[in-house]
Design a protein around this ligand. Structure first.
Ligand code: SAM
Length: 263
């Protein structure tokens, strides 16, 4: 696409409420967020461009919850189940309302597959202030994500670049398999915005680098020992069944982890 404002014209022609719709398309194409049938919570959703894209991609088996402090006009003939919440994400009552709609987490994981946030503060033009407010909004979205995402679920949030970005990423990283910074082509060249894409929510009791003592219950088909930490499976290399060993966690996935005995 030649000029960035072609996205504005294209949105008008293609019936999207906002040019930002193309950012979500590009984020999804890059990071695989909107699989069919997923339950998606869209924060800062007005006027509804992202909701239109999410509705198309999650289809009739999906569920979509759009949240904004401004009114979101109803989508036309959406295929998924769609709910609208009008509220401020810095207030607990809004988070409670979202929780009531999607349901509480059960023992095996949260009820939501993806939390996306395009929330932006009212701009003051003061770079540091706008950045700090944007980071604060991402932290609100991150709280919802950690509360409601299922194991393996994904989180994507807009943030304005600046001095607190590294600390923000450092706080998000342990809760997911990995975090990437993505700058969609549809973002304006002059913009300092980027999107943090955090993939595969980790809900297990161990994290990379942890040292834990485990008992090897069994040996799997690949030859690795199989142990449990609070019902969470840990594969341990170079051990025998029945051994109790101290291991270092090397790699954590949403539903299992890999570890090696500590020498
Ligand atoms: C860039 S717009 C979102 C555009 C949307 N993704 C779309 O495609 O139509 C940012 C939105 O964030 C919302 N917002 C900002 N702060 C918020 C807050 N504290 N709680 C809820 N919504 C907020 C604004 O009202 C605004 O509608």
């Amino acid at each position: 696409m030649s000029g960035k404002d072609d996205y504005y014209n294209r949105a008008k022609q293609e019936g999207y409420r906002a040019r930002s719709a193309y950012k979500l398309q590009q984020l999804d194409d890059t990071a695989g967020l909107l699989g069919e049938g997923r339950t998606v919570v869209d924060l800062g959703a007005a006027p509804g461009g992202w909701m239109q894209v999410a509705a198309e991609r999650i289809g009739e088996r999906g569920t979509l919850v759009g949240v904004d402090r401004q009114t979101i006009d109803d989508l036309e003939d959406p295929e998924p189940t769609v709910e609208y919440v009008r509220g401020d994400m810095t207030e607990d009552s809004t988070k409670d309302e979202i929780r009531e709609i999607v349901g509480e987490s059960d023992g095996s994981g949260g009820p939501v597959d993806v939390v996306i946030s395009d929330m932006a503060p009212n701009m003051t033009g003061q770079y540091d202030l706008d950045h700090a407010r944007s980071v604060h909004l991402v932290r609100q979205a991150f709280e919802v994500a950690t509360d409601l995402l299922d194991a393996g679920g994904d989180f994507c949030a807009k943030v304005f670049d600046g001095q607190d970005l590294d600390d923000l990423i450092a706080d998000i990283e342990p809760e997911f398999e990995y975090v990437r910074e993505v700058r969609p082509d549809a973002s304006r060249d002059s913009s300092s915005e980027l999107y943090l894409v955090a993939k595969h929510r980790l809900t297990g009791p161990v994290r990379e680098g942890d040292i834990v003592e485990v008992t090897i219950d069994d040996i799997g088909e690949e030859g690795d020992g199989i142990a449990k930490v609070e019902n969470f499976t840990v594969f341990v290399s170079g051990v025998e069944a029945g051994e109790t060993v101290e291991v270092r966690i090397d790699d954590v996935k949403p539903r299992y982890a890999f570890a090696e005995p500590v020498e």
